[in-house]
Write a protein of this length. Structure first.
Lengths: 315, 308, 387
């Protein structure tokens, strides 16, 4: 995951208040904000629309799986093991005789929930830490930077493994909460870094200095002057992180340390189906495809937003 | 330079202590029954209980326990698994396979990533460039838990080009497919970075100078453009190593390669706490050391960088 | 308009005739091994390249005719070079003068064939080297000319040197890869070349990297690199712009000395009239990608025959005009995407008439000398002098 996030951080950086030069094609309207300009670019990017459509689809599946499949994903019957498609089960049945399509549709909920809450958590932690470090600097910055170094110094999955083992010690519930906590604890560093550098860049701007001179307090300055400009790169990082969190959740579940039944997770289904791939391929292919598309959708979305916001990358 | 290395080593020690402390604390601290937590769902016999209590000095205060553990770690004594095998032995068996796999994966990633990235960077905007760029995006979004079983299904089961599992003593041929799977994400990121870097460098003034000298195109590209473009790619490979380790857990599990990753996976699944802690600690050390080496390599590749 | 205050052409620089040194015209076909160069394997073995034939008498070493270069940009076609013609004879120093953006560097790179295409497109013209057109030559043959016959020194030596290789390595790279000389020989050659361009302690510094040198020393390294193949023509593209004034003079001196010592021709590109007075034999003045005036250096200083040149001269600080203030040409250089109709200089020209806005003036010979000006109304002073 850190690749993409790193790419996002390094390529994006923060250039608050910088108005990009006119891009090619028909020139956008004369007076425009950075956001307006980005939106202008975004609307012309087909990748953005494909990604957005996929995201809407997945969210819809998570909110109302009944719209797609009426079958109960937990109503399994081993007598139907590997049975071909029939009735509502358009993709047939798996090893345990569960409806593959229904399970795949219902798997979206766990992924979206984990991704969303993990991003919220990392977003809040990253925002607070990044702002504090960037705005106040000094020992606070030094301390937080060291902490970030340590957390980044451990490969995410390795840390997640250890952490999950610990959190999963009490084996009750579906494990969603512990996975969210694991991802939150380990995933906030990139968001914090981006926020910190945005704040550092914004802090040296004239209007911030002016506001400070006029006696505005730190909270007000951060809220009114710094946050709006730092938001774009932050959102990009979080969007991409959403994709990677979903992938990590699936991986943890695949390794049997993430979600647990009764939660339906694509990762669990992939792990089970992978062991019986010789007998039937569809139970493996269906959740794999959905997982990939979901992860891809968020990453592409983040990519598209970044491209729109970063004038330097335009060609 | 020497001063820089010493400082980095000191920092590394801090990170290492921090990491192992966290790992250790997570496994042992604040548990009602740390042994039961270690053993997971399995019942712990009195015999094992006694051995483990001794091994982890559970009767001592927590910090002392940790100190003992560190001492063991530094002297190469990683303790024993729940099944009683010395963890050091398990590692000695597993490492060669993992190193082979990781090197092969890195080799493929560097070969394809740098090769295709160079071509794409030189021919920006062409069909080749756009196709590879779209492909890399897909590969980056493809979780390894999807890629590994699907590759096994397609190239192993259906097409039969490669063995589906590598077996107890994997040969090089058996490792090719797992290495390709493991290196896929790195290939994509290396490709993208190489492409950007090359596209930037072909326009550099010193490349113009090289052309003005009348050097052959091949030499301009390989000696000036590529060489300079590889500097950031090297650092990326260092960062990627962490992902490679994580990926190895899944890849080795799926392809049944008796390496560090699959042993760790087994440890997770059998809830063998000591094994997990031991392996993760060692992997973190490996990660930290390779990152230091990559940083030093960076200084060798770019003479402008002087570590003080 | 401050034009009335332009200097009267009769004062200032020495009129032609006084203290004029004849240009050193070096023998084109001289036995080269007799000069500064210690014969090594690199020089004495016959190079395996297609040698460009020596020109028949009367031909110029380099003869650029009606060169046109355009850039395809997002905003339209930028006509950067619009029919440039100039020539250089063996051993001669030609200065190409023009404001920033007038297309000097693009011209030089087009001559050498190192423009990035795309976005650049050479639309027409000829670049005759020894009678052969470089533009229509096979790419491989043209590459042989680069560096070996015509070499170039770039404006910003820091970015023009590869940061990751030692300077000695870069100086002799062409010798090693194109003439196959051995590593040990190459290092010796590198030290010799660094000595030649007066880099102190060359033997100790040969393995240093570009960032370890000062700006002036880096430019010397660039020059040494350009000289490594012993070109017959050296194009120096604003070699001193990035340097401070004292260093500028040193580099200029060095170039002049080396040009004479090595008997090569030199094209000196600059936007600074003051820099070239002592070095150049002839001057070509460019404006908006066209030649507006061509003249012998003393003639040009004495009596500029184009309003633009007069403007440039007025902006050079001179001792005898102390207290009179400096004058610069008002307005800004034209955007190459929208070059004004007629005479490109007319929006800034104090002499401009209706005709200037409609008809483009052609470069016409003036008087009996080898000088020309592209102006409908060349300054009267000129007529007074040369009628
Ligand atoms: N790659 C390019 N794409 C588009 N336009 C270009 C490109 N390179 C040069 N130009 C344009 O060509 C014009 C002339 O550029 P050139 O570098 O030759 O100027 P110059 O006379 O050397 O100026 P300077 O004294 O600043 O070096 C400029 O207006 C520039 O905008
Ligand atoms: S042609 Fe006219 S506008 Fe152009 S330089 Fe001569 S007088 Fe000025
Ligand atoms: Mg220039």
């Amino acid at each position: 995951m850190s690749d993409l996030e790193m790419a996002a951080t390094t390529e994006l950086g923060a250039r608050p208040g910088e108005v990009p030069p006119a891009a090619g094609g028909t020139p956008p309207p004369k007076t425009r904000s950075l956001a307006g300009d980005a939106w202008y670019d975004l609307r012309r990017n087909w990748i953005f629309w494909v990604a957005a459509a996929l995201v809407v689809l997945v969210v819809l599946m998570a909110v109302a799986p009944g719209l797609f499949s009426s079958a109960d994903p937990t109503a399994c019957n081993t007598r139907r093991q590997y049975a071909g498609p029939s009735g509502g089960a358009i993709l047939g049945y798996d090893f345990q005789g569960c409806d593959v399509f229904s399970r795949t549709v219902h798997g979206a909920r766990a992924s979206v929930l984990v991704g969303l809450f993990a991003v919220l958590l990392t977003g809040v932690i990253g925002l607070v830490f990044g702002m504090l470090a960037g705005y106040f600097g000094g020992w606070l910055d030094a301390l937080l930077s060291r902490v970030i170094d340590v957390v980044l110094g451990i490969p995410l999955l390795l840390a997640a493994i250890v952490l999950s083992k610990r959190l999963a010690a009490d084996r009750s519930g579906s494990g969603i909460v512990s996975v969210v906590i694991v991802l939150g604890i380990l995933g906030w560093t990139t968001a914090a870094r981006v926020m910190r550098s945005s704040v550092l860049a914004a802090r040296s701007q004239d209007y911030v200095a002016a506001a400070r001179m006029l006696g505005a307090g730190p909270l007000r300055i951060m809220w009114r002057h710094i946050l709006p400009n730092a938001l774009a790169p932050f959102i990009v990082v979080l969007t991409i992180a959403l994709g990677t969190f979903i992938a990590t959740e699936a991986t943890l579940s695949f390794l049997n340390i993430g979600l647990r039944p009764p939660a339906i997770s694509w990762g669990i289904d992939i792990a089970t189906a992978g062991k019986h791939v010789r007998e039937a391929a569809m139970p493996l292919i269906a959740p794999s495809l959905f997982l990939t598309l979901t992860v891809l959708a968020f990453i592409m979305l983040g990519d598209a937003i970044r491209d729109a916001f970063d004038p330097k990358l335009r060609r | 330079m020497a001063r820089y290395i010493i400082r980095r080593l000191l920092q590394m020690v801090v990170t290492f202590i921090g990491t192992t402390f966290v790992v250790y604390a997570l496994m042992f601290a604040n548990q009602n029954d740390p042994l039961q937590a270690l053993a997971g769902d399995r019942p712990v016999s009195d015999n094992v209980r006694q051995v483990l209590t001794e091994q982890y000095h559970l009767d001592d205060p927590f910090l002392v326990q940790y100190a003992y553990y560190m001492k063991g770690l530094l002297t190469g004594d990683l303790g024993r698994t729940l099944t009683g095998r010395p963890i050091g032995d398990v590692m000695a068996d597993a490492w060669p396979n993992t190193i082979k796999l990781a090197l092969l994966a890195l080799f493929f990633a560097a070969l394809f990533g740098i090769g295709a990235g160079l071509v794409a960077g030189l021919r920006r905007g062409t069909v080749f460039d756009n196709t590879t760029l779209a492909l890399t995006l897909v590969v980056v979004g493809l979780p390894i838990i999807v890629l590994a079983p699907i590759a096994q299904l397609v190239f192993g089961v259906k097409l039969g080009w490669f063995p589906t599992t590598a077996g107890a003593r994997p040969d090089l041929y058996g490792l090719i497919l797992p290495a390709l799977v493991l290196g896929a994400a790195s290939t994509a990121t290396i490709l993208r970075l190489t492409r950007t870097s090359v596209a930037e460098n072909v326009r550099a003034d010193y490349v113009r100078t090289a052309r003005a000298k009348g050097l052959a195109v091949r030499r301009v590209v390989s000696v000036h453009v590529l060489r300079n473009s590889l500097i950031p790619v090297i650092t990326l490979i260092g960062v990627d190593l962490g992902n490679l380790m994580a990926g190895a857990i899944v890849t080795e599990g799926v392809f049944n390669i008796p390496g560090v990753g699959s042993k760790l996976l087994l440890g997770i699944q059998t809830e063998d706490g000591p094994l997990v802690v031991g392996f993760v600690s060692v992997l973190v050390i490996v990660f930290l050391v390779t990152n230091l080496l990559v940083d030093l390599l960076y200084a060798v590749l770019d003479p402008r960088i002087r570590y003080e | 308009m401050t034009y009335q205050q332009y200097p009267h052409p009769t004062h200032g620089y020495p009129a032609s005739g006084e203290s004029q040194t004849a240009p050193v015209v070096a023998g084109w076909g001289d036995d080269r091994s007799a000069s500064w160069d210690t014969p090594t394997a690199a020089w004495t073995t016959a190079p395996s390249r297609a040698r460009v034939e020596r020109p028949t008498s009367g031909e110029h070493l380099l003869d650029v005719r009606d060169l046109r270069v355009e850039f395809d940009t997002r905003d339209g076609v930028a006509r950067v070079v619009n029919g440039i013609s100039f020539h250089v004879d063996p051993g001669e120093t030609l200065a190409i003068l023009g404001e920033s953006g007038s297309g000097k560097s693009v011209t030089a790179q087009a001559v050498l064939g190192i423009l990035d295409t795309p976005p650049a497109v050479v639309r027409g013209g000829q670049v005759l080297y020894g009678g052969e057109d470089l533009l229509t030559m096979a790419p491989e043959r043209r590459r042989q000319v680069r560096g070996q016959e015509i070499a170039m020194v770039f404006q910003d030596a820091l970015s023009a040197l590869n940061p990751v290789y030692p300077v000695g390595w870069q100086i002799t790279e062409a010798l090693r890869s194109r003439r196959g000389i051995a590593k040990a020989d190459a290092k010796r050659r590198a030290v010799e070349l660094m000595d030649l361009v007066r880099i102190p302690a060359a033997a100790q510094r040969v393995d240093d990297y570009p960032h370890q040198f000062s700006g002036g020393m880096r430019q010397r390294v660039m020059i040494a690199m350009a000289l490594a193949m012993r070109p017959k023509l050296l194009i120096a593209d604003e070699p001193t712009t990035a340097l401070d004034v004292t260093v500028q003079a040193q580099i200029m001196d060095l170039l002049a000395t080396l040009r004479a010592e090595l008997e090569m021709a030199l094209i000196l590109i600059t936007h600074d009239l003051g820099v070239v007075a002592d070095v150049a034999d002839r001057i070509t003045v460019m404006y908006a990608g066209r030649v507006v005036e061509q003249a012998d250096v003393h003639t040009l200083y004495g009596a500029p025959a184009h309003p633009y040149t007069r403007g440039l001269l007025a902006s050079v600080p001179r001792l005898e005009r102390r207290g009179q203030g400096l004058h610069s040409i008002s307005g800004t250089p034209p955007n190459p995407i929208a070059i004004p109709q007629g005479c490109a200089f007319h929006p800034r020209c104090p002499y401009a008439q209706q005709m200037c806005r409609i008809t483009e003036p052609t470069l016409l010979r003036i008087g009996r000398l080898d000088r020309a000006s592209a102006c409908h109304f060349p300054p009267e002073a000129l007529d007074a002098r040369h009628a």
